[in-house]
Every structure is written in C-alpha cells, then in structure tokens.
Design a protein around this ligand. Structure first.
Ligand SMILES: Nc1ncnc2c1ncn2[C@@H]1O[C@H](COP(=O)(O)OP(=O)(O)OP(=O)(O)O)[C@@H](O)[C@H]1O
Ligand SMILES: Nc1ccn([C@H]2C[C@H](O)[C@@H](COP(=O)(O)O)O2)c(=O)n1
Length: 338
C-alpha cells in the first residue's frame, strides 16, 4: 500500500553554484511526481536533493530504494551533501539564491547618514552592545584599494572626488564580507549611498533592511567633526568634504526618503554627545533585539510552496542550508515528523 510521504528534499544554495543545462530546471510538478501515479511503494521511494532556485528546483542528488524512513534518510543525506559542499559554498559570495531564507535569516540594518554624523562611532557601540557585525562600505572600499585590486585606482579617484563607486564593486565587497562572517545580524554602514546602490543591492540579494538608522546632523557640525578627525583620510579635507555633502544631499537623501516612505527610517539626533546619541540608538535597537531573540528560538519554519507545505530550518550560519521537504506530504504528516 502506498501512502503519502515526503519524497523531496530541497537544499538551497547560492545562485552561482547552479549549473544550468537543458534538464536542470524542473517544473515543480515534474520534480515531484505523485507516488501513487508512479506505482512506487514506500520502500522504493526516491529521494532527490534539489537546489531551490526561486520557483524552480534543480536536482543535484537522487537516490532510490530508500527505506520507509525516507524522510530522515533524505534529511541525513542532505546534511552530508551540505557538509561536503560547505567549503565550496563558503568560498562563494552570497548571491541571489540566499534570497528567501536570508529575508528570514538575516537581520540587516543600514546606517545612512551624512559624512561625519558619527555613524562609524555609533556602529562600534552597536556591535559591542548588540552583537551585530558592522560592515562599513567605505572601509571595505578603502581596504580593496589598499589590497592592490584592479579597481584600486578607480576607487581611490572616486573617493578623492567624493563620488560614489559603482554598485557592482561595492555590493561584491559587501557580499563577500557577509559570506565570510558567521553572524546573522549585519549592520551595513554608509550603504546604499544612492538609488543605484539601493536598487542593485535589492535586486541581487532581495534583502530589505529591517530598518534604516538616520543620524540627523547639520553640515556645520559634520564639517567640524570631519576636519577634527585626524585619521589621515584622503577625503577629510575641505574640498572633498564639500563634494561629499553635495553628493549626500543629491543622492543619499532620496534613498532615506524612499525608506522613510516605507516606515523604515529611525531618526536620531546626532548632534548630542556620543553617549546620549547611543542612548537614543539603544531605544531603537532594544525592541528589535527582543524580536530577533524570539525568532531564532523557533526550531522549524513551516511554509507553503505552491500548493505544498514544506519545512526548513536554519542550520548553518554560513550559507543557506537547511533542507526542506517538498512533496506529497500534507501539513499534519509533516508535523508528525518534527
Ligand atoms: N556625538 C558626537 N559628538 C562629538 N564628536 C563625535 C560624535 N560622534 C562622532 N564624533 C567624532 O566625529 C568624527 C567623525 O565621526 P565618525 O567617524 O563616527 O563619522 P562617520 O559618520 O562615520 O564619518 P564618515 O562618513 O566620514 O566615515 C570622529 O572624530 C568622532 O570621534
Ligand atoms: N556605498 C558607498 C560607500 C562609500 N563610498 C565611497 C565614497 C565615500 O565618500 C567614501 C567614504 O565612505 P564613508 O567612510 O564616509 O562611509 O567611500 C561609495 O562609493 N559607496
């Protein structure tokens, strides 16, 4: 007798890992044939490990004659594959296919404020207090320039002119840094600096920030702080500072307005002393921190894929990782397996 069971195990992976060929992109219906129609019995279940590619499934591993513990077997297999692939995966940048999971997995915040408003200073405090990984787009670009990369000269010139480096360069650096880090909470500072940055990041990663910090500070105060910073930065001179302010007003403010229209901006008076600014920052972060703690306690996530239920679990903190089950199971059956 055949009874409905879970046949398919899905494993998400970065888009770049997928090798497309004629038969690699399967329609879900093809990928998950009805077991009764196949005449297969429980003892001959076929377990297929697939990549989830948006709406498509790409089989990467398939095994027949799994015993009636097929669910657990497939689960186990997927784990093994994950382990063996983890090296390759971690060498790859975060990319499109982190997508759905990332929206749930990562807490992403942007800090979008004027040059010298104190965002770097506050980000350091946020890291210490709330355990975020701070990624400064400006720092990443400066490090890239120092590394002797082929983009070094272009980055140097753009920074010197107070201009914004093309998104593909900055996003790649951000992706690499996120990928290399085990944390699932990122605070990205100085990004997106313009509409191009924002649109490109969202289209590549499909991640939206939980909220956007905006440190409100007058140009006069920002200018004074930048001129007094004394860190030997090539752009801390009055000419470049003025250019940066101009770019900020013309290109970054519209991005802040965009997020504001989505209710995501958290505005903080940044003209106060560092400690007072941080008190205001804390009051913004604390509720989110509580929410995230609660979220990460949930062992399983059950979702609906087309007309089927599947469940998945965040397993590793590096890429995407958890297998989920797709197939002929109904929700109560899946629930019984948990
Ligand atoms: N609330 C504050 N009050 C007084 N000085 C501050 C305050 N916050 C930061 N500073 C000082 O102002 C200078 C600029 O701060 P910081 O580097 O954090 O700015 P930033 O917004 O990250 O600048 P950039 O965009 O150029 O990287 C630093 O010397 C810092 O010590
Ligand atoms: N998304 C970004 C962020 C930074 N840059 C360049 C241009 C900035 O003037 C410079 C310094 O950045 P900061 O340290 O002030 O955040 O880096 C960019 O082109 N794109």
């Amino acid at each position: 007798m055949t009874k409905a069971c879970i046949e398919y195990f899905a494993l998400s992976c970065p888009y770049d890992m997928i090798q497309f060929d004629d038969h690699s992109i399967l329609d879900h219906g093809q990928a998950s044939p009805d077991s009764e129609a196949n005449g297969s019995s429980l003892s001959e279940k076929k377990v297929t490990v697939v990549f989830v590619l948006g709406e498509c499934l790409v089989p990467v591993y398939s095994l027949t004659s799994v015993n009636n513990q097929s669910w657990f077997m497939g689960y186990f297999l997927a784990q093994l594959i994950l382990c063996s692939m983890s090296k390759i995966l971690t060498d790859n940048i975060v990319s499109k296919e982190l997508v759905g999971e990332l929206i749930v997995k990562f807490v992403l915040l942007f800090s979008l404020c004027g040059p010298g408003s104190g965002k770097g200073t506050q980000c350091t405090n946020i890291v210490e207090h709330f355990g975020y990984t701070h990624l400064s787009a400006g720092d990443l670009l400066r490090a890239e320039k120092e590394s002797g990369s082929e983009n070094g000269t272009m980055i140097q010139n753009m920074i010197k002119e107070g201009k914004i480096v093309p998104s593909e360069v900055t996003i790649k650096l951000l992706q690499r840094a996120m990928q290399a880090n085990n944390n699932d909470k990122f605070l990205i500072d100085g990004f997106p600096r313009n509409e191009e940055n924002r649109a490109a990041f969202e289209s590549v990663t499909r991640i939206e920030p939980e909220f956007v910090l905006f440190f409100d500070c007058s140009e006069e105060v920002m200018e004074r702080r930048l001129l007094g910073r004394n860190q030997g930065r090539a752009d801390d001179n009055i000419d470049t500072i003025r250019k940066r302010f101009k770019v900020y007003m013309e290109s970054t403010l519209p991005v802040i307005e965009y997020y504001n229209s989505k209710g995501k901006v958290r505005k903080i008076d940044a003209e106060k002393p560092v400690e007072e600014v941080f008190e205001a920052v804390k009051s913004v972060f604390t509720p989110l921190h509580e929410k995230v703690k609660h979220r990460s306690n949930a062992p399983w996530n059950i979702s609906r894929y087309r007309d089927r239920w599947f469940l998945w679990r965040i397993k590793s903190r590096q890429v995407v990782y958890q297998c989920c089950c797709l197939g002929v199971a109904t929700l109560p059956e899946i629930s019984n397996q948990i």
